[in-house]
Write a protein that binds this ligand. Sequence first.
Ligand code: ADP
Ligand code: MG
Length: 737
Amino acid sequence: MKILKLENVSKYYKSAETVSVGMQNVSASFDIGEFVAITGESGSGKSTLLNVISGLDGYEEGELYHYGEETSHYTISDWETYRSSYVGFVFQNYNIIDSYTVYQNVLFALEVQGYPKDKRRKRALELIDRVGLSSHKNHKASKLSGGQKQRAVLARALAKDTPIIVADEPTGNLDSESSKQVMALLHEISKDKLVIVVTHDYAQVEPYATRKIRMHDGTIVEDVELKEFEKQEQPVKLEAKKVSWLTLFKISLRNIFSTPKRTIFMLILQILVIGIFTLIFSSQVKARRELGLMDSETYPQVPETRLLVERRDGEPLSSAEIDKIKSNRNVLTVYENAHLFHNNRNLSINLLNSHHNFYVSKTDSAKILSKGDVKGELPKEINEVVVSSYYNTIKVGDVIGLAFTPIYYYGGNLEHFVEFKVVGLDKLERRTIYFSEAYLTQEIVADIDVNLYNHIRQNLKDSLYCNLEDSVGFELEYDPNATLLYDIQMIKSDESQTYVVENNVNVKFHTYYEHTSTVILEVGSVGKVEGEFYGGLIKKELLDQVLDLSMQNYVSKYKIDKNMISVEVANFRKGDNFIKSIDQTIYKVYYPANISSPLQKFMLFIQGLISGLLLVGMGFFLYAIVHAVSKNIMASRKKDFAIFRSIGTNKSALAKMVVLEQVIMNMIGFVITMIGFYFLQYRFSNIRTLLDYMKFSDYIVLVLIFLFLGVWLGLRFNKKVFNQSVIQVLTLSKEEF
Ligand code: ADP
Ligand code: MG
């Protein structure tokens, strides 16, 4: 049975208005071993016949039999299998992958052919040698002469190792010397194949042709056998070959690296898009992290980089325990004197010799700062600090005092309890004060708590306020020299004193300090005046009693236990991990920066919806940009894809390849972007404060998003690649791409 048989085959080219005849009622059959020359003037239907025979183009009437099997019912994928297993192509305009080397062009054909992996290299080199291109094997195809290109194409056609080789004017663009070489090569390989050569220079094929077909006006007008040919054994029916994912992956990588300019351009685009998206994504993660958090009542001054740890049994932590916590991989360092941080409410800094007083939000160790985070220096000495640049009147070199601000503070110099020199300003407006290692690890000589509480007590005394029976309120003073007749005695403004004695009344004492709640005491005697008065005096014993009670309130609320340690972590994620990694039955861990409000769940839900929409919108917007920009690039590759298909890559393999390329580019872009961010975050603390909130799982989500977008983009390109037939693409002139 003959390999090919045409019976009254007709092919028409239909366009919007016209139908033109490509060929009409062509009947002929072909056998393995033949070397067929097709001649005829231009437009006579030679290419049409060849394209139909090779399955590059369909036909309308008649029947083409392949080993006796009808092909009129063939599907696209049947034709793909047919082309990939049975037909090797040589075109007038070469159709070589310009960005590949000679070797890569040949190798590609072996790969899609499923040629044994370990023998591919050797086979490719053999074939290149056979066409005499060994010295050019690593040259890019675009750099070859026409004759060399055609020889490379021949090696590629041989690599495919198909029973049929069709060549449409293979020497049309070649000089006579190259033409001779190419024809001789074609002949050489034709021994066990069916070779069909279209030419209008019949003399070139004459020495080799076993048969001559002449066409005119779409029909065969002459078909003569010229010489005997060696009959070949019929090859068995060939199976469609599947290209493995690994091979496709290799080909995709090769495509990426064989076009460095295009790749770099695409990468820059990807990196921009991935970078922007990652920043938006992490800002959403950060927003989620900060959403619904409440200020800690007890330790309002503790930032998210610091946790407080104590033993549940109240005992101090042993140095072995502290060392163990220090070696926890989430922990930067441990400070044994947590109270040195002043974890109080209403802490403020007071610019010395000025009226400038600033609210301090958090106290932290300078260890979490890097050099790039500050203008100036990081603190080294015990009395050096870094403060936020938010306090715009504080400059490097200023001396500040730490002070407590009464809630109704109305100006004037505050008494401060420790003095520091500002050596640097935190570029971010975190309203945090950062202490030096020297300060936080100092050997505590004096009891700083006692100093501190004396200081607070003094402040309370200065701002004591009193209310009688919820009606009259006045400020209280203590005059050490006064001998008072009553426990509390009001002072009238005009000195004319008319006293009304009331015994055993409840009196409320307040201070301007928010952190000492109201004290209610029964007072034995109050000397009350009629009419106008401006304030009151209080007996020493009663004053002490009120202050003691207030201090008890204060201490029970805010005092950091001496046995409590401060654990420094780099960011919230590490803090969270630290809590999970520590034995909660032995230790009590406070994370004051992570207290959630009752509404948090609901708020997170709403925020999730909004940021989800935002991210999806942003993702599609950014990818629309990538798509618009890379559309032209993909269009310019259309020809390459058509060549891939003509060599035998089927639609699904090619689709996988395009998707893989997109995904690989995306992942390379992602990795580069992340490495970039890794280094940039040291220079730009804004980036770090965003990325600090990203968990490993967030990066996984990002990778999945980019994977999805890569696949999506790949599939969109696929549509473009496949909306035209191979021959349509291959016959398009360059300008049409
Ligand atoms: P040859 O290869 O012998 O020069 P072709 O097979 O290319 O001839 O063309 C045969 C006829 O079909 C010509 O009249 C040509 O104009 C027409 N034809 C070929 N390709 C197309 C096409 N894509 N669209 C319309 N007409 C075509
Ligand atoms: Mg032609």
